[in-house]
Design a protein around this ligand. Structure first.
Ligand SMILES: [Zn+2]
Length: 167
């Protein structure tokens, strides 16, 4: 009953993942419809209740656009595992602060980029301008697609793929 169920908004936008138990509650209460079964049935003495894999809410949920957590891993992912100075694509990347911390540079999407160890060393404690270096592109907070956000579930739930595309 704890298998994940993809919950879509009334307009089909993927919202979040809930448990089968919670999804069945929404279905029984008439608050959602089942779009994909895919998990067989929950059998009681008299009934066989389909176990949902994807459900859609009957009403619109308003919520802010989801954000990607600012972590080292997500910065590398945003920068396509590529040094943002020389373009080298390697496993052993470091994080560079465009404006160094001791100069007031903050921990933000706009101030952090992936850099290879030699570019990071070359830049040192200077700003990009002072070091006479240039960036491949200006860093900013990534806008996550549904495929990006729900990627960790996709291996076990391939039926979700069409519902995630384009969001
Ligand atoms: Zn480099």
């Amino acid at each position: 009953m704890n298998e994940p169920v993809l919950v879509l908004n009334a307009n089909y936008e993927p919202l979040h993942v809930c448990s089968t138990r919670r999804a069945l509650g929404l279905l029984v209460a008439g608050k959602a419809e089942m779009l994909v079964n895919g998990r067989g049935y929950v059998r009681t003495v008299r009934l066989a209740i389909p176990r949902p894999s994807v459900i859609r809410l009957g009403y619109m949920v308003k919520r802010p656009r989801p954000r990607v957590r600012l972590t080292k891993r997500e910065i590398f992912r945003r920068d396509n595992y590529t040094c943002q100075y020389c373009g080298a694509r390697l496993m052993r990347l470091t994080i560079d602060h465009l404006v160094p911390r001791h100069r007031g540079g903050d921990h933000s999407w706009a101030n952090l980029v992936a850099a290879c160890p030699s570019c990071n060393l070359r830049k040192g404690g200077r700003t990009v301008q002072e070091a006479h270096m240039s960036l491949l592109r200006l860093p900013r907070e990534p806008a996550p697609s549904a495929l990006y956000l729900f990627a960790p579930h996709l291996n076990d739930n391939t039926a979700w793929q069409p519902y995630l595309q384009g969001w």
